[in-house]
Design a protein around this ligand. Structure first.
Ligand code: PLP
Length: 385
């Protein structure tokens, strides 16, 4: 980690290694080998691909540098990264998690952890007092997402860190929506940050990947042990594509964010739209808190249509975005949260959280914003027509 003096945009491009140390090649190649020769019977730097390889190391060093961690870890998916981070808990422990979570995280936390003897409480973590009230003598960790998805609830990270320090808890934050460019949670005292690198970090809707980093050397040791023991690691090929995606994160995110701002403002004015959620809007309720811990609004927004039939009309008419459960790609992605990203959550739970059938989420890509707006506008039919 010799590059840590550089600013984020430089780190994105140069990452852990500027070039392949073995050959000087401009990129660290895909080291497509499962094992390594042990000269004279002694292991060199690398011994077996699951334990470590140069292609994966490139992205593991990149995430540690970008977030200010001591060590990074790359996994075969964001969910593998989340499951591996939660392996820091053991039977008998209690976890407090944000109630407004990514659907897959909700499924893992409510469906898998209890089977392992870990009890859970889902709490609106934007309510600091509710978090304090949920702590029991068995509580060991807080699992957070801010802004939450899809309703952009903002959790006060400094307050969470203070609560965690008072009660000896590990803080874990899914930072997928913000990326290390817009939010650096380890600087605020969060213990572990997690990314679905399938989204903005990969950036091209062509890989499945997860990244984790921590500034705590003891936690890093335990994460490394579990990564190698469990084996859900990122392959050399996917590591190469992820490294390539990370290099352009800054320009992609800035462009998507600027267009998201324009679309959010226009949607707010549109008669077919009931409500818009985007931290960049002047009247966004969590705005001040969000910008006290993040440097941008991001490139994702949610909006609710007034009547359910409008959703079908929009999804049938719209041409440019892919209609899919994902975000963070170069192309705009439109998600019907009810049936896609949050399908794993039962209907009553979704409704309790405010996720209705009329809710849509847009991850704004790199198309011309006027083309995106014309496309959206054509499908936005006011309900009285
Ligand atoms: C997509 C996503 C995940 C899961 O990541 P995968 O790479 O799909 O396994 C976790 N958290 C958030 C916020 C996500 O958007």
């Amino acid at each position: 980690m010799t590059h840590s003096k550089y600013r984020p945009a430089t780190l994105l491009v140069h990452q852990g290694k500027d070039r392949d140390p073995a050959t000087g090649a401009a990129t660290v190649p895909i080291y497509q080998a499962s094992t390594y020769h042990h000269e004279g019977g002694t292991s060199g730097v690398y011994d077996y691909v699951r334990s470590g390889n140069p292609s994966r190391e490139q992205v593991e060093e990149a995430i540690a540098l970008l977030e200010g961690g001591v060590r990074g870890f790359a996994y075969a998916s964001g969910m593998a990264a989340i499951g591996s981070t939660l392996s820091l808990l053991k039977s008998g422990d209690h976890l407090i998690a944000s109630s407004d979570l990514y659907g897959g995280s909700w499924r893992f936390i409510t469906g898998v952890l209890p089977q392992q003897g870990i009890s859970i409480s889902l709490v609106d973590t934007s309510d600091t007092e509710a978090v304090t009230a949920a702590i029991t003598p068995q509580t060991r960790a807080l699992f957070l997402e801010t802004p939450s998805n899809p309703l952009f609830k903002i959790t006060d990270l400094r307050a969470m860190v203070a609560i965690a320090r008072d009660n000896g808890l590990i803080t874990m934050l899914d930072n997928t929506f913000m990326t290390p460019l817009l939010q650096r949670p380890l600087d605020l005292g969060i213990d572990v940050t997690i990314h679905s690198a399938t989204k903005f970090l990969g950036g091209h809707s062509d890989i499945l990947a997860g990244l984790v980093t921590t500034a705590d050397a003891q936690l890093a040791k335990r994460l490394k042990y579990f990564q190698n023991a469990f084996g859900a690691v990122l392959s050399p090929f996917e590591s190469f594509l992820l490294s390539r995606g990370i290099k352009t994160l800054k320009v992609r995110l800035q462009a998507g964010q600027a267009s998201a701002q324009a679309l959010a403002e226009r949607l707010t004015e549109h008669p077919a739209v009931a409500r818009v959620w985007f931290p960049g809007l002047v009247d966004f309720s969590g705005r001040e808190l969000h910008f006290s811990q993040a440097s941008g609004a991001g490139a994702v927004l949610s909006f609710e249509l007034k009547e359910e039939p409008q959703v079908k009309k929009l999804l049938e008419s719209i041409k440019l975005p892919i209609i899919a459960p994902s975000l963070g790609g170069v192309e705009t992605i439109l998600t019907h949260c009810w049936s896609m990203s949050h399908a794993a959550i039962p209907a009553p739970d979704k409704l309790r959280q405010g996720i209705t059938k009329n809710l849509l989420r847009i991850s704004v890509g790199l198309e011309d914003v006027e083309d995106l707006w014309e496309d959206l506008e054509t499908g936005l039919v006011p309900c009285n027509l």
